[in-house]
Write a protein that binds this ligand. Structure first.
Ligand code: ATP
Length: 361
């Protein structure tokens, strides 16, 4: 049975460090929810509070409407897959997976059947007798998942479970999480600093920063309506330009950058000292002619990225933006110094307020 989670005004301080600062968050039963943020933002602390491995300094946590602050970890309907996996190296795969059920008093054929079902679920049928030392990194991940899933938890917490795996395995395990979520119907909470993981898996997600939630919503909202420049940067909108001023024209608001004008999505917020214009790379096109272009910029460099190539272009004031073009298009091989006409699709540029420091690239 999936379980709903309500986090109400939760803070957690460690001495002078405020790891969590007034978090309010409701996660629906059966949702795949992701906490995304860079190192130290407080996401693991929040997971620990839900799991019962730590207590909040203030606020309460409800599971299906019941306050669980005084319920110890082993009595909560929650299982966690830790980054370190924490498998017992001297035990077989089956012993690892069956460990929790054995503690619950299960034995014999019923224990064996549950362990085999869990190993089937993570696509490791027949691997029970092997020792952990004989398993690859990806297979160990699956054993850790099976060990959590065999307990049939209402809530599964995944703490950076893909760290340390190579790209191919990450992709494979990512697909696996999606499949297991659908199969088990449990509430999944993933903690990660990886935007691709968050965007591809989540029903909803929260971006955290300095113990607070910067934005909460379905993944597409983070691109369409990033709450501020911190969030925009975090989801991969790398072009953030400092405008000289904002002008209201007949066809809407425009930002003036390096002497050129970019039409902004309306309505625009008031221009503050930390306001930046975010430009979505997917809404920029190289246009046919300079006469009809919205912008004319100068190529600085091109970076081959496989199917696509990033073209970095500058304004007269030295600020730059990145356009993404198909690697087999002529634009992918433009030389530095080339003048390029660009058109902006609707809502390509938006004025955002700043918040905190953008994460390092
Ligand atoms: N037991 C603790 N004692 C003191 N400070 C702590 C403790 N646990 C966490 N912190 C601090 O609280 C803040 C949030 O830590 P947390 O582990 O939740 O971050 P995180 O977002 O999960 O980071 P990472 O991705 O590096 O694990 C950090 O500044 C961290 O140093």
């Amino acid at each position: 049975m999936a379980i709903a989670i309500d986090i109400q005004s939760v803070s957690r301080s460690y001495g002078p460090i405020k790891a969590l600062d007034g978090i309010d968050l409701s996660i629906k039963a059966g949702e795949f929810f992701t906490l995304l943020g860079s190192s130290g933002c407080g996401k693991s602390t929040l997971l620990k509070l839900i799991g019962g491995f730590d207590r909040p300094s203030e606020g309460c946590i409800l599971l299906d409407g019941r306050d669980v602050i005084d319920v110890p970890a082993n009595q909560r309907p929650v299982n966690t897959v830790f980054q370190s996996l924490a498998l017992f190296p001297h035990m077989t795969v089956a012993e690892n997976v069956g460990y929790g059920l054995k503690l619950r008093g299960l034995s014999g054929a019923s224990l064996k059947a549950k362990v085999e079902d869990a190993l089937d679920l993570v696509e490791l049928p027949g691997f029970g007798p092997r020792t952990i030392g004989m398993m690859s990194g990806g297979q160990r991940q699956r054993v850790a998942l099976a060990r959590a899933l065999v307990m049939e938890p209402g809530i599964l917490l995944l703490d950076e479970p893909l760290t340390g795996l190579d790209e191919r395995l990450r992709q494979q395990m990512r697909d696996e999480f999606g499949r297991l979520h659908r199969r088990t119907g449990a509430t999944f909470i993933l903690v990660t600093h990886n935007q691709d993981e968050a965007l591809s898996l989540s029903d909803r997600m929260a971006i955290m920063h300095k113990g607070r939630i910067e934005q909460l919503g379905v993944p597409a909202q983070f691109f369409e309506h990033p709450a501020n420049s911190f969030v925009a940067r975090f989801v991969g909108i790398d072009t953030l330009l400092k405008p000289e001023r904002i002008e209201m024209r007949d066809n809407g608001p425009h930002a003036i950058v390096g002497g050129q004008s970019l039409r902004l999505r309306a309505p625009v917020a008031t221009l503050g000292a930390d306001s930046l214009v975010a430009v979505r790379p997917d809404r920029l096109r190289i246009s046919e002619s300079i006469d009809t272009a919205d912008l004319v910029l100068t190529v600085v460099a091109t970076t081959f990225r496989g199917l696509q190539t990033d073209v970095r272009l500058t304004f007269a004031d030295g600020q730059s933006l990145v356009a993404v073009v198909s690697s087999d298009s002529p634009a992918a091989t433009m030389k530095p110094g080339t003048q390029v006409p660009l058109s902006l699709l609707p809502d390509a540029a938006m004025l955002l307020s700043g918040s905190g420091m953008p994460p390092a690239a």
